[in-house]
Ligand binder design. Structure first.
Ligand code: SF4
Ligand code: SF4
Length: 334
């Protein structure tokens, strides 16, 4: 394993940033998020998982899709920008690496390839940082994730106390480590084990149970306290809904897409005013069913990685782990 003193990490990042585009977790005014190293004003944040996942580096919050101009009675598409620059995401946690499997399913499978996402994904090197001690709101182990290990990353880093240890998982990861070999020492350390999450859920059979609970009274009980603020979807690494809009100026304009949230009433409102999810009840039910029933039915996996962000940030403590517990307790034939 290659190791580096934690005190030297910023120097390593400076060196990489002088040659390549690298994003790392930083704390800026109390918010922890991924920012381009060398162009940020925050401090490196490696103590826990960031408030915001690095999802926007592969699926930006707002993204121009093409521009167009009109000449007489004809319209022409001027630009389709789908080639992303290479980038490195440093310090991404194992749950967030796992969440990319769900984004890959949505954007790259079932007969559709989203070229914007694909180009970013193909040009992104992932340097994951394993967790030693999950936070009280983490429950990734319930989804089978090892908090220390990120099998989908190019490099897996480990917290060794005073140092970070690095192991390449792919050829690209090995090349990355070789390029900065002057920063590393060789050590015989082995990857440390992570503590088990204290928060646990048992998702066994939850999809089949929910298939029979679309009209169940639980949803009537739960939705009242939801504010419809959408924070849960904004911070979630697996949420991926977007809207497409256009901006016109004179005889030219562009189409862009931007994140949307199924917790907003406009999300399903149709041009004529009809809304198939008219109240917070239908919207809250949809969010949980999407994570635990619809996504597993379509992709054979849950759309949650147990990062705990939604339950720690929801202003009214809506908690997907309590929802799972409640669903498990329901006796359907009573
Ligand atoms: S964060 Fe909480 S209050 Fe806000 S929309 Fe989600 S469940 Fe509702
Ligand atoms: S649903 Fe909540 S706990 Fe699960 S991945 Fe999304 S933000 Fe994390």
């Amino acid at each position: 394993m290659k190791t580096i003193k934690k005190a030297k990490i910023a120097e390593l990042l400076d060196k990489i940033a002088a040659e390549q585009t690298i994003f790392a977790p930083v704390a800026v005014e109390g918010v922890t998020r991924f920012a381009r190293w060398g162009q940020h004003k925050g401090d490196l944040y490696l103590e826990g998982n960031s408030l915001l996942p690095p999802k926007d580096l592969l699926f930006p919050q707002t993204e121009k899709m093409y521009s167009y101009h009109v000449k007489g009675m004809t319209a022409a598409v001027d630009e389709v920008a789908t080639t992303a620059e290479p980038q490195i995401i440093f310090g991404i946690r194992p749950c967030d690496v796992k969440s990319l499997e769900m984004l890959d399913d949505v954007f790259l499978t079932k007969g559709y390839v989203d070229e914007f996402y694909k180009s970013r994904r193909d040009n992104t090197l992932l340097v994951a940082l394993g967790c030693r001690k999950p936070e009280p709101t983490c429950f990734c182990t319930s989804w089978g994730i090892d908090p220390a290990q990120a099998p989908g990353a190019d490099v897996n880093a480990f917290d060794l106390g005073e140092e970070l240890g690095f192991e390449a998982r792919t050829e690209a990861g090995q090349k990355f480590l070789d390029a900065y070999t002057q920063f590393f020492s060789e050590a015989s350390s082995s990857a440390p084990k992570a503590e088990e999450c204290t928060l646990k859920v048992d998702p066994e059979g939850i999809t089949e149970k929910l298939q029979k609970m679309f009209e169940y009274s639980l949803w009537d009980e739960l939705y009242h306290k939801c504010l419809g603020c959408g924070i849960c979807t904004y911070v979630c690494p697996t949420c991926h809904c977007f809207d497409i809009q256009s901006e016109n100026r004179g005889d030219q304009g562009f189409k862009f897409r931007c994140w949307d949230s199924c917790m907003f009433s406009e999300y399903t409102r149709m041009a004529g005013g009809h809304n198939p999810r008219p109240s917070k009840k239908e919207r809250l039910r949809n969010r949980f069913l999407h994570k635990l029933q619809y996504f597993p039915e379509r992709y054979n996996k849950f759309a949650c990685v147990g990062c705990g962000r939604c339950l720690s940030k929801c202003p009214v403590n809506m908690d997907i782990t309590r929802l799972i517990d409640r669903v498990k307790e329901v006796k359907l034939d009573e």
